[in-house]
Design a protein around this ligand. Structure first.
Ligand code: PLP
Length: 416
């Protein structure tokens, strides 16, 4: 009923989206009596049954604290958690499993990085370089570190298409840290991080990558990228909420001071002095989200079974189709028209507030994100107060794109 006039693209053979969809229990839910169309994957992706099962199996069969007891359950829980660490090590091609630090998410990973690198590296007058498309999670922790140490925040400008202006990267002899996103959550832009990291390395600058929006869509090889630190969240990559990773190069992690103090992260504690545990535990104070970490490992094994490049190719088909169909709507403008994009599409429509559009789409069962997407400086750069954002995952379909486009057309008629 929602088919539009234009031609529907042919999805690549061998990719069975219906088989994938069958693994996501939530896709059977109705919203306002309509089938759920979930296009808010950049905020958090849905979870396949295998991940949900892995998490609940931990609670049902091996629940115990890790690394503490000699008892059987504790050993089993520890083994399951460390198996997840090894899965992630392989997945991002880190050299050592102890270079994979578990956190509660990208935000925690970046706060750890900014606090610890600030202590290690920043002096008065030094500079931290970020880009104009960063999420607040990759702005504010650096601002706080700069304030603590008397350093300055510098920003790579953004072009009209939503890419870094590589001719205007404000490197200086004072730059100590480069902190950049691999993929923009608002624009979908895939940034040329390898090139910029190479430039930074020539200048002995430490490099930190916010991989929150890359991890579910791109094959990540931290050694090939050459970055010092790489942060991501589990929940944006089909894993549980409350999980995340900070990858760090061993030699740098050894030099970095811990961020949080407490149990698990120590070697010897006296009231006079504490010595710290070895990697990765130096950075993992307190009881971790064991169930979540086990689920995270399962999510990565699940992604590997399908292959991220096959998923990304499918998502790209959806992006191209949505782009073409949405642009046919009168007064609609896409924010973020970079050549290299993941399946994220942000748009504004003349005379239509994004919040009203989001509300009307929800009435049709369609979940999109509206607002500034935690990128206020980027909104300012494009002169908009917010956008409507659709972000695709491996389980979305061309039919769902058609449903969204038709509902958007209908909403525009009502709102204008
Ligand atoms: N960085 C980017 C690019 C993001 O898109 C997000 C989440 O939207 C974050 C950081 C923060 O991630 P989390 O909320 O999982 O800590």
């Amino acid at each position: 009923a929602f088919m539009s006039a234009s031609t529907t693209p042919v999805v690549k053979k061998g990719y069975d989206v219906e088989e994938i969809r069958a693994q996501f229990p939530i896709l059977k839910e109705l919203v306002h009596g309509k089938p759920l169309v979930y296009f808010d994957n950049a905020a958090t992706s849905q979870k396949p049954r295998r991940v949900i099962k892995a998490e609940s199996a931990y609670y049902a069969t091996i629940n115990a604290n890790v690394h503490r007891g000699v008892h059987t359950l504790s050993t089993k829980a520890t083994e399951a958690q460390e198996a997840a660490r090894e899965t992630i090590r392989k997945h991002i091609n880190a050299e050592h499993a102890h270079e994979v630090i578990f956190t509660s998410g990208t935000t925690a990973s970046l706060n750890l990085a900014a606090f610890s690198l600030g202590q290690l590296l920043l002096k008065k007058g030094d500079e931290v370089l970020i880009s104009g498309m960063e999420h607040h999670a990759n702005i504010v922790p650096w601002q706080m570190a700069c304030e603590r140490h008397g350093a300055k925040l510098k920003v790579i400008p953004i072009t009209d298409s939503g890419e870094w202006d590589l001719k205007q990267v404000p490197f200086s002899e004072k730059t100590r840290i480069l902190a950049i996103s691999h993929v923009s959550n608002t624009l979908g832009t895939i940034n040329p991080i390898k090139e910029l990291i190479a430039e930074a390395k020539k200048r002995s600058i430490i490099t930190v990558v916010d991989g929150a929006q890359a991890i579910a869509h791109l094959d990540i090889d931290v050694q090939d990228l050459g970055c010092d630190l790489y942060a991501f969240s589990g929940h944006k990559a089909y894993g549980p909420t409350g999980t995340g990773v900070l990858y760090g190069r061993e030699e740098l992690l050894e030099r970095m001071p811990p961020w949080q103090g407490g149990g698990e992260m120590i070697d010897v504690v006296t009231f006079e002095k504490t010595t710290y545990a070895k990697l990765p535990f130096k950075f993992e104070a307190g009881t971790p989200h064991i169930a979540g970490i086990i689920g995270l490992g399962e999510a990565f094994r699940w992604m590997e079974d399908y292959g991220k490049s096959a998923m990304a190719a499918h998502e790209h088909t959806l992006l191209e189709h949505a782009t073409k169909e949405l642009l046919a709507i009168d007064g609609l403008r896409i924010i973020g028209t970079a050549k290299e994009k993941v399946g994220v599409i942000s748009f504004v429509i003349d005379g239509v507030h994004h919040y009203d559009l989001g509300t009307l789409l929800d009435q049709q069962g369609i979940a999109v994100r509206t607002g500034h997407h935690c990128t206020q400086p980027l909104m300012e750069r494009f002169g908009v107060s917010g956008t409507t954002r659709a972000s695709f995952a491996c389980f979305n379909t061309v039919d769902e794109v058609e449903v969204m486009v038709a509902a958007t057309r209908k909403a525009v008629k009502m709102l204008r």
